[in-house]
Design a protein around this ligand. Structure first.
Ligand code: PLP
Length: 402
């Protein structure tokens, strides 16, 4: 039996695989602290749960149009006006099963075989695979030491085959939040060079200090026309399992995603649309529980960063998302960050994500979407592990996996 080349080449998401491994270890009785999960540990807000229950009880659970219900698309258009500014219409919105699904829809709608898509390192694990699935060529562009954008490197990476740039701010895995000037500069570059700017804004709500996170769609009109906004309920509203999100872009792009999805998935989940719509229609465009969740993430972020600092680890200041990305280069052997994470899971029962999964093999990712107690325990174990780690003399100096 032979699978397609496509299926043979795609690898399981490293973060999901690691999470599964940590959970299996815990099930076998091991005391595991899992800092690899990219999922809020908060309940879905009440308004969303109630809307879902009402929908199920009322029996309104049939197929919806492929782009989502008209009311849902309207609700997202209003939400975009509140959060990104400007005027948005329903035709610019296609509801998807998740942000991941919105991303694959957008990439398949825009990228032809051999087209190049710039991924700004460190870049989230699924970008490479989704671009490859569409037949495109992922081109990794190194960033600055503080994990911000290196514009000289971005300009050098542009070729006549470049079709799009993927922006993810706040970033997974670094928590880096682009400044307004940086976003404007990238937007201008995309307009000048005729590129699509695919803006993954799934962590938009999770910014804790300094400038809020500007969307390129909030900037100049010509930048907005080149921008494809991806967002969803998972991270900002603690609704990961509901699998709901959207693409917002020029109506020709939104319609292309709708056509693709009409064959690939039929329509987004009816119950999840009702739940997401209720969340977006809450006063201030978000359920009341979100403010407390964001404040708690901020508290954990400060604690984790002070612990990493006390260990002598350097990490870019994560102004957003719920990750820290310290440099662990001096503790690596020839197996790089993957080997380090394997050893840490084996000896300390501590699950982190290797930077290699994001194209930067000198770092590891810790998620602080877990309780303060677990963060404190995780940093205790990490300190113990690193203090006994024998570092070979010929340790690699700089590793970049892709
Ligand atoms: N984009 C980034 C950068 C993410 O980190 C994630 C989830 O980890 C997603 C998209 C996927 O979000 P969703 O749950 O809406 O598919």
């Amino acid at each position: 039996m032979k699978l397609s080349h496509r299926a043979q080449e795609v690898s399981l998401s490293v973060t999901l695989a690691l999470d599964a491994k940590a959970k299996a270890l815990a099930l076998s009785g091991r005391d595991v602290v899992n800092m690899s999960v990219g999922e809020p540990d908060f309940d879905t807000p009440r308004v969303a749960r109630e809307a879902a229950t009402t929908t199920i009880r009322g029996g309104s659970v049939r197929y919806t149009p492929a782009a989502g219900t008209p009311a849902m698309r309207q609700a997202v258009a209003r939400y975009l006006e509140t959060t990104r500014g400007g005027v948005w219409s329903s035709e610019e919105v296609t509801i998807c099963h998740s942000t991941k699904h919105a991303l694959s829809g957008a990439i398949h709608a825009l990228v032809d075989p051999k087209d190049e898509v710039l991924l700004l390192l460190p870049a989230w694990v699924s970008y490479v695979e989704i671009v490859k699935l569409a037949g495109g060529v992922p081109v990794s562009v190194p960033g600055r030491a503080d994990c911000g954008p290196d514009f000289a490197a971005i300009e050098r990476a542009i070729t006549p085959r470049t079709k799009a740039v993927l922006l993810n701010s706040p970033s997974n895995p670094t928590g880096y939040v682009w400044t307004r000037d940086e976003v404007a500069r990238l937007g201008r570059l995309c307009v000048e060079r005729g590129l699509w700017l695919i803006s993954d804004e799934i962590y938009r709500r999770l910014v804790y200090e300094g400038d809020p996170n500007p969307s390129p769609a909030s900037l100049a009109r010509d930048v907005r026309e080149r921008t494809v906004v991806l967002d969803g309920a998972s991270k900002s509203f603690a609704m990961t399992g509901w699998r709901i999100g959207f693409v917002a872009a020029h109506k020709s792009v939104a319609a292309a995603v709708e056509r693709l999805h009409s064959h690939l998935v039929g329509a987004p989940n009816t119950v999840s649309q009702a739940a997401y719509m209720a969340a977006l229609q809450a006063p201030g465009s978000e359920p009341e529980e979100v403010v407390a969740m964001v404040a708690e993430f901020d508290r954990r972020r400060r604690f984790l960063m002070s612990e990493l600092d006390a260990m002598g680890l350097v990490a870019p200041n994560p102004r957003g998302a719920f990750y820290a990305f310290p440099n662990v280069e001096r503790y690596l052997d020839a197996r790089g960050s993957i080997g380090l994470c394997e050893d840490m899971l084996e000896s300390e029962g501590l699950a982190l994500v290797p930077g290699a999964a994001f194209g930067v093999d000198t770092h590891v990712r810790l998620s602080y979407a877990t309780s303060m107690e677990k963060i404190a325990e995780a940093t205790r174990r990490m300190r113990r592990f690193l203090s006994t780690r024998q570092v070979p003399l010929a340790s690699p100096v700089t590793r970049r996996a892709r």
